[in-house]
Ligand binder design. Structure first.
Ligand code: URA
Length: 270
C-alpha cells in the first residue's frame, strides 16, 4: 500500500486551483511563472492543527509539485517532528512561484493581487481546520501573516503565532559572509525558543518529550517528507535526504529554463 496526496479535487481547494493568478499578477521578470504555481503541502482534509507559511518554491518543489520538500522542507519537517506533529499540518508559501532575482521577494511583499489570492488560501485553511498555531518561516512569511491579519477573516484567528528564522537562513547568511557555524547556531537557538513556546500548546499526533537542537544541525534533526504529502507514484528518492534537483545552465536564460534531476547514487537500483 502506498500513501499519496489526493490534491485539489474538493472545495474550497478546487476553486483555488482553478483560479490561480499568472503573469498578470506575478511579473515574469521577477517570478519563474513558466514552472507553474505550486500550491501547498500537507493535509487538506480538515485535520491540520498547524499552518505553516513558507517563502517560495525552489527546484525540488518545481518537480514534486508540493512545497517545502528540499533542504528547507526537510529541516522544517524535523522541527514539526520535535513538536510531535507528524501529519497534522498544512503549508502554504508566501509566493506561488519561485522568486527570480535578488529584490523581487521584498518588492512584491505587499502586492494587493498577490496578497488577495494568498488570503483566499489562508481563509480556506483556517475556516476548514482546527488550526492551533501559525508558523511563519522568515520575514516575507511574517509580512504575509500580518497582512492577512488586517483582513476581517484574518483578524478572527486567535491561535498561537510564531515567526521563526527561515530554514535556509544559515545558507543565505553564510553566502553573504557570516560564519556558517554561527549562522546555524543562530537558527537553532531561534527554533529552540519557538519549540518552547509551541510544545504543549499544539496537540501532538505523537506525544514525545521535547528535545532541543544543539548548536549544530544533526542528521537526526532532519525530517523525512511523508509519502502521503506527494502526488501518487512519486519515487521514494524524491523524499530522500539528498539533493536531487538543481538549476543548471551556462547563461541566465538557460539556467532559468533547466532543472537537472538526478537520482542520488545510493538510491539507484544498479
Ligand atoms: N521551498 C519552499 O517551498 N518554500 C520555502 O520557503 C523554501 C523552499
Amino acid at each position: 500500500m502506498h500513501d499519496f496526496d489526493p490534491g485539489y479535487a474538493h472545495e474550497p481547494y478546487a476553486t483555488l486551483a482553478h483560479t490561480y493568478p499568472g503573469p498578470e499578477t506575478y511579473p515574469a521578470k521577477e517570478f519563474r511563472v513558466e514552472w507553474g504555481p505550486i500550491f501547498h503541502r500537507g493535509r487538506l482534509d480538515g485535520t491540520a492543527r498547524v499552518l505553516v507559511i513558507g517563502q517560495d518554491p525552489a527546484a525540488h518543489e518545481a518537480i514534486t509539485r508540493r512545497i517545502l520538500v528540499g533542504t528547507a522542507g526537510r529541516r522544517f519537517q524535523g522541527f514539526l517532528g520535535k513538536l510531535g506533529i507528524d501529519s497534522s499540518y498544512v503549508m502554504v508559501n508566501t509566493y506561488l512561484y519561485s522568486v527570480y532575482g535578488q529584490n523581487a521577494g521584498n518588492a512584491h511583499a505587499t502586492d494587493p493581487a498577490i496578497a488577495a489570492y494568498r488570503h483566499s488560501w489562508l481563509d480556506a485553511v483556517t475556516a476548514h481546520n482546527p488550526i492551533q498555531a501559525v508558523i511563519a518561516l522568515g520575514g516575507l512569511a511574517d509580512t504575509a501573516v500580518s497582512t492577512w491579519r488586517t483582513t476581517p477573516s484574518g483578524a478572527t484567528y486567535t491561535g498561537a503565532y510564531q515567526h521563526i528564522l527561515h530554514p535556509t537562513y544559515p545558507d543565505s547568511a553564510a553566502s553573504s559572509g557570516t560564519d556558517p557555524a554561527q549562522a546555524m547556531a543562530k537558527l537553532l537557538t531561534n527554533w529552540n525558543a519557538a519549540l518552547d513556546a509551541l510544545h504543549g500548546t499544539v496537540t501532538p499526533d505523537t506525544d514525545r518529550p521535547l528535545t532541543h537542537y544543539g548548536s549544530t544541525l544533526a542528521a537526526a534533526d532532519l525530517g523525512t517528507i511523508p509519502e502521503g504529502d506527494l502526488p501518487p507514484g512519486l519515487p521514494a528518492w524524491m523524499r530522500s535526504d539528498e539533493a536531487w534537483a538543481a538549476r543548471q545552465g551556462t547563461t541566465p536564460a538557460e539556467k532559468r529554463a533547466t532543472i537537472l534531476v538526478q537520482i542520488p547514487a545510493d538510491q539507484r537500483p544498479f
